[in-house]
Design a binder for this molecule. Structure first.
Ligand code: OAD
Length: 236
């Protein structure tokens, strides 16, 4: 069995990382304007403000730990591999909680908060501290050329070829903790359906794409994901 899973901010909510657009209006984008913080134009106009936003999120991630939903997905990857199957785990999250929970192969389509990239020489560098205009690229020595290694609105998500390859080969498509409002990730479920693949949504509440899912399970990721994974492993 080949399972394709796409995760979003909801899977990391119980690890203390904020979501972007919750229905109660407490999401990150209800408090901060994404057009001022998460676009290439915003970074060109006001890099210090963009750095401050990502520095705060990086500090928050330093003290966060994976929850039972992240651990269960690592277990699923192992269980599928033992039975000759595979898990394609694609995340929109820039946190590293899937990696820290033990998932071996994670596709970070929106980039990674613990990496920075030099706009002068294109080198990607692991980075856990605050980032600022005074920082120097360790590779080309340019000052002020480092940016967060994340995908901003208007930029192409990463590893799209790998993602579509996995999607086209999947027997089951599962979306976890995502509102289904940011493309191209929000469109994956329709493509899976068009291919005749069974689809399952796990979220706190029905997402914007709820009508595209065959199976829907609502509740906290920390409870619903491990339960779904135990059930899936038992039937394999
Ligand atoms: P959103 O914040 O849009 O959606 C999070 C979803 O998780 C919502 O539907 C919540 O109901 C659900 N949720 C909240 N707590 C949960 C819990 N404990 N268990 C299960 N579900 C829970 O986040 P994403 O869909 O990931 O992109 O957002 C997609 C992209 O929009 C992000 O990658 C980011 C953002 O702008 C960029 O910055 C480019």
């Amino acid at each position: 069995m080949r399972i394709f899973v796409i995760t979003g901010a909801g899977i990391s909510a119980e690890s203390g990382l904020g979501t972007f657009r919750d229905k109660d209006g407490t999401g990150i984008w209800a408090r901060f304007d994404p057009m001022k913080l998460a676009t290439p134009e915003a970074f060109a106009r006001n890099p210090s403000e963009v750095h401050a936003f990502y520095n705060a999120r990086r500090r928050n991630l330093l003290s966060a730990v994976p929850n039972s939903a992240h651990f269960a997905l690592a277990r699923l990857e192992e269980a599928l591999a033992e039975r000759g199957g595979s898990l394609a785990l694609v995340t929109q999250n820039i946190d590293d909680l899937h990696d820290r929970a033990g998932s071996k192969e994670v596709i970070h389509m929106h980039g990674e908060l613990f990496k920075v990239r030099c706009v002068a020489c294109a080198t990607t560098i692991p980075w856990r501290e605050d980032l600022g205009l005074e920082d120097q690229c360790p590779s080309c020595a340019q000052i002020g050329s480092l940016r967060p290694h994340v995908v901003w609105f208007g930029e192409m998500p990463m590893r799209m070829d790998d993602i579509y390859l996995a999607l086209y080969g999947a027997d089951l498509f599962v979306a976890i903790g995502t509102s289904g409002s940011v493309y191209p990730a929000a469109g994956f479920v329709s493509e899976a359906r068009a291919l005749g693949v069974r689809t399952c949504e796990i979220n706190l509440e029905p997402s914007d794409n709820a009508s595209h899912f065959d199976d829907k399970r609502y509740g906290k990721a920390s409870e619903v994901v491990p339960a779904w994974i135990e059930e899936t492993i038992a039937t394999m």
